[in-house]
Design a binder for this molecule. Structure first.
Ligand code: BES
Ligand code: MN
Ligand code: ZN
Length: 493
């Protein structure tokens, strides 16, 4: 059950856990001071004993505080409110949740005005968002030793409760879209096959998203030999999902988001080594982000037209699987020599991108893909690699990414990289040379964009195997949903 979060007037609760937010310096605000008096100064004494100075995230608890009916009082530092960013506020919310997540029943966070850089309403809503994201677990498959009980309700007591409620309605749409993406990435591949993924995307129709699913016969008719080649070794049929959210006038060109959805990537005949291969259950992180994004946009009824395209396949070795050296013909008509069956993501995206621009004539296309191990070598796990033919989109995504804590770093495209995928035997090959692996992969994709404004985000490092932080505790981060939702909100609504 997701945590229920609400906003209430600024008042001291009489039951459960009370969390007091204390800014830099460690001084108590009026209501907290009043409670301190009731307890005979227990809170201020504890602050002294602990040498608590209100540093961001620092915290301690007092159990069964005397002269109150509270279970506990938690004191937690906010840091310097004037320097508090939206990302800091969410981190704070995550830490707040962590201090009480194992306690039973309800908790109240007392957030008294503190002249923060964010408005009181935005601060409270961001804190709530952080708590909501932190609360996410992937434990549906645990049947024994599953922790029971725990926090069921978090109430945020703030003067700005009404405003916060309104803002949080929007942020909650982002957080739940992020959780949709996390759930898909965490799900194992015996469950989340291409048809099952398509079924889950179909469920978005209850939010008003129009969903079509193209099967292998339809894709064959369209000439998608590149995408279909990847799924040849699988027992599960490949699928192309087309989602449309129409929140603006029909005449408005749609924005297009395209996701790599390799439900499992063994490498195919160019099989991967077994160590760490289990991570390839997350090779549909791009498709998961696009699905989560559609969920968010529809949930908050975004005033924009958007299409979301998922190329769903499973890359398996088999008697029927495609071989190194095979030459396939893509929907664009361009032929591809498949020199490594493990460079399959680009083969899927080639047809998905071509189809998207041809059918929808979008304002722009942004693809998300766990495309190359090389992007992790270059950028680590905090930044997604961004490749684009549009300086404007690059600037916008960089800005939004920095503001929202889902960062991108621009990487180069160039003629030199483009030449590296030429081959005597076909129009191109699906691998480059030894160096610049992320750039040659991007260059390959660009050949299927038909010069539409386009961005490729390589999220191999950011979508999965994510380092745990204050608002993300499982293997899957849900990276991309928030970044793209905020891009849409800031520039296209
Ligand atoms: N799905 C992988 C990339 C990947 C690796 C994602 C590690 C997340 C973690 C992709 O399909 C792949 O296998 N890429 C190859 C390309 C190579 C064969 C040119 C790679 O990166 O090694
Ligand atoms: Mn691969
Ligand atoms: Zn892959």
């Amino acid at each position: 059950m997701p945590l229920s979060i609400s906003f209430a007037a600024e008042k001291l609760p009489s039951k459960g856990s009370l969390i007091i937010a204390v800014p830099d310096g460690g001084k108590l605000a009026p209501l907290a001071k009043q409670l301190d008096k009731t307890t005979g100064g227990a809170i201020s004494r504890a602050i002294q004993i602990k040498k608590f100075k209100g540093k961001a995230g620092a915290n301690f608890s007092l159990l069964a505080p005397a002269k109150t009916t509270l279970d506990r009082i938690v004191v937690i530092g906010v840091g310097d409110p004037k320097k508090l960013t939206a990302v800091d506020a969410e981190k704070f919310g995550g830490t707040v949740l962590s201090t009480v997540e194992k306690t039973d029943g309800a908790a109240t966070l007392l957030l008294e005005p503190m002249k923060a850089a964010l408005s009181d309403a935005d601060l409270a809503a961001r804190v709530a968002t952080g708590a909501y994201l932190r609360d996410y677990k992937f434990d549906a498959y645990k049947t024994v030793n599953k922790p029971k009980g725990g926090l069921s309700r978090l109430s945020i007591a703030s003067k700005a409760a009404a405003g916060a409620r309104k803002v949080f309605a929007e942020y909650k749409a982002i957080a739940s879209g992020t959780i949709v993406a996390r759930d898909l990435v965490n799900e194992p591949s015996n469950i989340l096959t291409p048809p099952e993924f398509a079924k889950r995307a179909r469920a978005l129709s209850k939010l008003g998203v129009k969903v079509e699913v193209l099967g292998e016969a339809q894709m064959k008719k369209l000439g998608m030999g590149s995408l279909l080649g990847v799924g040849l070794g699988s027992q599960h049929p490949s699928q192309l999902v087309v989602m449309q959210w129409n929140g603006a006038a029909k005449s408005k060109k749609p924005l297009a988001f395209v996701g790599k959805g390799v439900c499992f990537d063994t490498g195919g005949i160019s099989i991967k080594p077994s160590a760490g291969m289990e991570d390839m259950k997350g090779d549909m992180g791009g498709a998961a982000a696009v699905t989560g994004l559609m969920h968010t946009l529809a949930s908050r009824k975004a005033k924009v037209n958007v299409v979301g395209i998922l190329g769903l396949v499973e890359n398996m070795p088999d008697g029927k699987a495609q071989r190194p050296g095979d030459i396939v013909t893509s929907m664009s008509g361009q032929t591809i020599e498949v020199l490594n069956t493990d460079a399959e993501g680009r083969l899927v995206l080639a047809d998905a991108l071509w189809y998207t621009q041809k059918r929808f004539k979008p304002e722009f296309m942004i693809d998300l893909a766990t495309l190359t191990g090389a992007i992790m070598v270059a950028l680590g796990q905090e930044f997604a690699g961004m490749f684009t033919n549009s300086d404007e989109l690059a600037a916008r995504l960089t800005q939004v990414g920095n503001d929202e804590g889902e960062k991108v770093w621009r990487m180069p495209l160039s003629d030199t990289f483009d030449k590296m995928i030429n081959t005597p035997n076909a129009d191109m090959k699906n691998i480059g040379g030894r160096y610049g692996g992320s750039s040659t992969a991007a260059q390959f994709l660009q050949r299927f964009t038909n010069d539409v404004p386009w961005v490729h985000l390589d999220i191999a490092g950011t979508a999965m195997g994510s380092p745990k932080n204050a608002i993300s505790r499982t293997w899957a981060s849900g990276y991309g949903v928030r970044l793209l939702d905020r891009l849409v909100k800031a520039y296209y609504e």
